[in-house]
Design a protein around this ligand. Structure first.
Ligand code: PLZ
Length: 451
């Protein structure tokens, strides 16, 4: 595994701190930010970026941080990946926008062809392109309702699907995503997720599915369900990996009930979990798949892909948007997908798991605050608890994250209780950087759990 092909040549792949973080220029910019940007928009790391590439983010003070976040699972091919840069530059010089609904262009079609090839299942598929994950999920619900003539949507505890009105309704966590923003869209029903660390020990995936589906049948009625919508591995919810058998059981129930099985692969898709899509791990074939994030190397693009007859059920003109499938974003997606193939980034994700998982398990063996280590590919997490319990340890999580940032490693949190440290390195990160980041994590754990 090497990141060489995908790094801008001039950007050294190293952790280098030349000021305290944030440095003086970042502090100045943070002050301007505070004056001009809504306080409602959060900041994970208070350093301003000047360049980024491979596995590092370089700030305006010249500090180089190791990136274990990928801008929330987006720059899987690396930041400013050479093929993406070339493709976007060429496209920008040719034309930047016509609106696909006004005068179409090939890039949009080519992305939809790739989505048909790459998403699970050999059936005829069609796609529509959008700007954000939330928009793709909204459109999945629109298609599911028209195609089935039903209205109910089933979602899960800890789910995250976006911040628009409908996707807030689909998202579980109130603070900060939904706080005060209601009323929310109706006909959304939440049932328990398979969450092995927190379920009763030994509960199988099939049993967890039966627990959820019993509620669906008694409280909605199978005949009213348009869609069961699930993240194959939950993202913002804390990298919750359902027990084996859970997703297949949901998909089987949907087939039986005439409901659509919708996989939200916005965070898990495009090689992140070691396959093109996380559903492949158990051979699950969704009726509809949503994609975004990693699809286009950092340009905003999202897709909804599904069985051709479902995607064609909506009347002409029923799906769209001014910017959806923007030509720059499509060029970036085609270049990103080519890069994923060329560098075998699914294999790279499995390699990252091979490096990280033993180290995280070793961390768990030394620190009883680590209650669970989980994830797949380059989507890994540790859940922190009060030793000997399953009580969430959000304060310790926040301290560890802050200290990792101070030492030049970008890590993110997740989880309903904010007690999950999640790791989403670019798939092109070099082995040395990854190992160094894990060393920093070890040091920080030792420092923050001492005494
Ligand atoms: N579905 C599974 O993970 C986005 C959100 C960050 P958008 N997750 C990151 C934040 O705090 O806003 C996400 C996801 C899954 C849908 C979405 C929504 O994707 O591109 O952010 O709209």
């Amino acid at each position: 595994m090497t990141g060489v092909l995908a790094e801008p040549a001039a950007l050294p792949q190293e952790r280098r701190l030349v000021t305290g973080l944030p440095g003086p220029r970042s502090r100045e910019l943070m002050a301007r930010r505070a004056a001009a940007v809504s306080a409602a928009v959060g900041t994970t790391v208070p350093v301003f970026v000047e360049r980024a590439g491979g596995g590092v983010v370089v700030d305006v003070d010249g500090n180089s941080l190791i990136d274990l976040g990928s801008g929330i699972a987006v720059v899987s091919v690396g930041n400013a990946a050479p093929r993406v840069v070339d493709a976007v530059q060429a496209q920008a010089a040719a034309f930047t926008h016509t609106c696909f609904m006004v005068t179409p262009y090939e890039g949009y079609v080519a992305v939809c062809e790739e989505l048909a090839r790459l998403t699970p299942g050999g059936h005829p598929k069609k796609s529509a392109l959008f700007n954000s994950g939330a928009e793709a999920v909204e459109n999945a619900v629109k298609v599911a309702r028209v195609a089935t003539g039903r209205s109910a949507v089933v979602v899960f505890d800890h789910a995250y699907h976006g911040r628009t009105n409908l996707t807030m309704a689909l998202t579980a966590k109130a603070m900060p995503y939904k706080w005060g923003f209601g009323p929310f869209a109706p006909e959304v029903y939440r049932v328990p997720m398979s969450y092995p660390f927190r379920d009763e020990p030994g509960l199988t995936g099939a049993e967890a599915a039966a627990r959820a589906l019993a509620l669906v049948e008694s409280q909605i009625g199978a005949a009213h369900v348009a869609a069961v919508l699930v993240e194959p591995i939950q993202g913002e919810g804390g990298f919750v990996v359902p027990a084996p058998g859970f997703l297949p059981a949901l998909a089987a129930w949907c087939r039986e009930a005439g409901a659509l099985f919708v996989a939200d692969e916005v965070q898990t898709g495009f090689c992140r979990t070691g396959d093109w899509f996380a559903c492949e791990d158990e051979g699950v074939v969704p009726d509809l798949v949503t994609t975004a994030k990693g699809i286009a190397g950092g340009l905003p693009l999202a897709g909804l892909t599904g069985r051709a007859e479902l995607m064609d059920a909506v009347p002409g003109g029923g799906l769209g948007g001014t910017f959806g499938g923007n030509p720059l974003a499509c060029a970036a997606a085609l270049a990103s997908i080519a890069t994923m193939r060329e560098l075998d980034l699914a294999g790279a994700a499995r390699g990252i798991e091979g490096t990280m998982l033993p180290r995280l398990r070793d961390l768990a063996a030394r620190h009883r605050e680590v209650g669970d280590v989980r994830g797949r590919g380059a989507m890994l997490a540790v859940e922190l608890v009060r030793p000997g319990t399953r009580e969430p340890e959000a304060a310790l999580t926040a301290r560890i994250v802050r200290e990792c940032h101070a030492r030049g490693v970008v890590v993110l949190t997740a989880g309903t209780w904010g007690n999950v440290l999640r790791f989403l390195p670019p798939l092109v990160i070099g082995q040395d950087l990854l190992t160094e980041a894990l060393d920093v994590l070890d040091e920080v754990f030792a420092a923050e759990t001492a005494g």
